[in-house]
Design a protein around this ligand. Structure first.
Ligand SMILES: [Zn+2]
Length: 360
């Protein structure tokens, strides 16, 4: 008893020292905890808004995101999705889940879209939501209780703790400093990626003209309650002008298709195939959960409407299309009656990808 008390005290003292010595870097929340909280938050976003699966639009989103991801510092399973909403907005969720709206995709050219994505990616790269979450935890429950909450495997998909933390992420609002940092580092990221950073200035002007949008529940969205001020535009102009860049148009590139794009292809096939299905937010959430805790390592498993399909990274898009979309899915979907689906795709550590498909 005495030993364990002493151990806890030593652990707390050590944590204090870490927190006090490097306040800017002190991370109460680990990367895997961040991903679990992010998945829970992403599920919440997708319960609120329908995911838009138009393939051309998803191809464009992934094409514009590609050069930015090449220069991203954090190695996360980045995923880009479009929300079916006519207003212009965008949202970043911890762990690398980036959302834009259909309205933003329709109204912004590539060079402006590139800035919005770079800005949102920077919120994740700099752990803005997670830093706010750490600060609120510390403020609300104190360090000891926060450490207790975060240790012992209590942060994993679907647990009450994780849901509570995801709700805190949803209800947070970035500080003005965080917005400035996402602007500046987003503009620098564009330059590093070989994209014209002046696209940022145009994007901010477009957003200033269209600042009526809101995602009432998600306070950290790009266009929120406070209008974009002239300072942000002036700062973007100065910074973009100071950066030397071999500006190239966004390439229509031979970049390998990302998981988001493949996922959009699968979703489109499910909605337009011979036995068209409807997306279901609860099944989407379950499919997302299963990325972290997959039910099986097998190549294809059919068990009460759960299908897991693993394929090597080296498979070409054509092989994925003909194997998964043209053969496996129609075979399974054709044999029984299903109405609804949820799907998710993730990159596995060993150079493989996994599709989780749920049908009911
Ligand atoms: Zn922002």
């Amino acid at each position: 008893m005495i030993t364990s008390c002493r151990f806890v005290l030593v652990a707390l003292a050590a944590a204090w020292i870490i927190l006090l010595s490097t306040p800017a870097q002190a991370a109460l929340i680990s990367e895997s905890q961040e991903v679990a909280i992010g998945q829970e938050t992403a599920a919440e976003v997708e319960r609120e808004y329908r995911v838009y699966t138009d393939l051309t639009m998803n191809e464009r989103l992934n094409r514009v995101a590609g050069p930015l991801l090449n220069v991203a510092e954090r190695k996360l399973a980045w995923r880009f999705r479009i929300l079916d909403d006519a207003q212009m907005n965008a949202l970043a969720v911890p762990g690398g889940f980036i959302y834009t709206t259909r309205g933003l995709m329709e109204q912004m050219p590539d060079r402006e879209l590139a800035f919005v994505l770079a800005h949102e990616i920077q919120h994740v790269e700099k752990r803005h939501s997670i830093r706010q979450l750490e600060a609120s935890l510390y403020r609300q429950v104190g360090l000891a209780a926060a450490l207790q909450l975060l240790t012992g495997g209590r942060i994993s998909q679907g647990t009450a703790n994780t849901i509570a933390l995801a709700n805190m992420v949803v209800a947070n609002r970035y500080t003005q400093d965080m917005e400035r940092e996402a602007d500046s580092d987003g503009i620098r990221m564009m330059a590093r990626a070989g994209l014209d950073p002046h696209g940022a200035v145009d994007a901010l002007k477009t957003l200033q003209r269209n600042n009526k949008s809101s995602m009432p529940k998600f306070l950290n969205s790009l266009v929120g309650t406070h209008p974009l001020n002239q300072d942000r535009i002036r700062h973007a102009e100065e910074l973009a002008g100071s950066l030397a860049v071999n500006a190239a148009p966004v390439p229509d590139s031979q970049l390998p298709p990302t998981d988001s794009l493949r996922e959009a292809q699968v979703m489109l096939a499910l909605e337009s195939g011979p036995s068209a299905l409807n997306p279901d937010p609860d099944l989407m959430r379950l499919a997302l959960d299963m990325q972290a805790a997959p039910p099986s390592e097998s190549r294809l498993e059919e068990n009460q409407g759960v299908l897991v399909w693993n394929f090597p990274d080296t498979l070409t898009e054509k092989q994925v299309n003909s194997g998964l979309i043209d053969q496996e899915m129609p075979r399974v979907l054709g044999s029984r009656t299903f109405q609804r689906y949820g799907v998710s795709m993730v990159q596995l550590p060993e150079g493989r990808r996994r599709v989780v498909l749920l049908v009911r």
